[in-house]
Write a protein that binds this ligand. Structure first.
Ligand SMILES: C[S@@+](CC[C@H](N)C(=O)[O-])C[C@H]1O[C@@H](n2cnc3c(N)ncnc32)[C@H](O)[C@@H]1O
Length: 251
């Protein structure tokens, strides 16, 4: 039987993406070859909704979708059916965290369970990180993860980032916009919270022929004086569709 080789591991859960008739064989192979895997789940449909959740169903092992994932020296409790999470951004998160200065104020606009925010807070204990998400479950896990990682410089805020940022004022030295399907819609919000010289990490999806001009164009519509600092491809959504981060200074 021809089984796919690729799958993700989140905590002790293997996340596979196979047709239902291959589920059982795939789960058996994964569990035999990965002794730390206690649950195998299969993806159902596509990542969807404002909360960007990829629904899964348990096909083998313990009947749960909650786990504890370790990444970059941090621990993240999460439920795959209640929040967005991908382990594939681990090195991208480190790339961003390595740029943060000692006493910066960072706004993580789409924080999820906190993988950017908590890593930054841990590496830079004198920084202040506002972590915002519209998914109440994600914010609840974020609060758990703040305690789990013993950081006291992350402020978890539940709500639509447009409303939450309205109340923050001009606080941000750095903004993380990890909502690649819609970050462009929220660049106006960045204008309300950005201090002079603020650095923004803007994520979007671009096709081969759009790299990277189409992303820079979206940014320049809102920040005509934006100075692009770096452009990286940090993953693939589908063949030929890239997850991109453009780092820029608002000017
Ligand atoms: C692609 S996920 C990124 C999560 C996290 N940064 C990570 O790396 O795991 C995007 C997140 O943005 C949140 N979101 C979507 N629209 C939002 C909005 N208008 N305001 C606040 N959060 C929003 C979703 O609930 C989701 O958790």
């Amino acid at each position: 039987m021809n089984l796919p080789r690729a799958f993700d591991i989140v905590g002790d859960i293997a996340v596979v993406n196979v047709e239902p008739d291959l589920e059982a064989a795939m789960a058996q192979k994964v569990m035999e070859q990965n002794k730390r895997v206690k649950v195998v789940v299969n993806k159902i449909g596509k990542t969807g909704g404002v909360e960007r959740i990829q629904r899964v169903k348990v096909v083998a092992g313990e009947g749960r979708t909650e786990t504890l994932h370790k990444e970059n020296g941090c621990r993240f409790k999460l439920d795959l059916n209640r929040v967005f999470f991908t382990p594939r951004l681990s090195s991208e998160r480190l790339r961003i965290a390595e740029q943060v200065g000692e006493r910066e104020t960072v706004v993580d606009m789409f924080s999820g369970v906190g993988p950017f925010s908590i890593l930054i807070a841990k590496r830079r204990p004198k920084s202040e990180v506002y972590a915002v998400d519209v998914n109440e479950d994600a914010v609840s896990y974020l609060k758990d993860n703040i305690r789990l990682n013993k950081v006291d410089n992350v402020i978890a805020l539940w709500g639509d980032v447009s409303d939450v940022c309205e109340k923050l004022g001009k606080v941000a030295d750095r903004v993380i916009m990890n909502l690649p399907e819609g970050s462009g819609e929220f660049l106006g919000v960045v204008g309300k919270i950005a201090k002079r010289g603020c650095v923004v990490h803007f994520y979007c999806f671009l096709s081969d022929d759009e790299l990277f001009d189409a992303g820079v164009e979206i940014i320049r519509k809102v920040f005509p004086k934006a100075k692009v600092l770096n452009k990286v491809v940090c993953g693939e959504r589908a063949p030929g569709i890239h997850r991109v981060c453009i780092d820029f200074n608002v000017g």
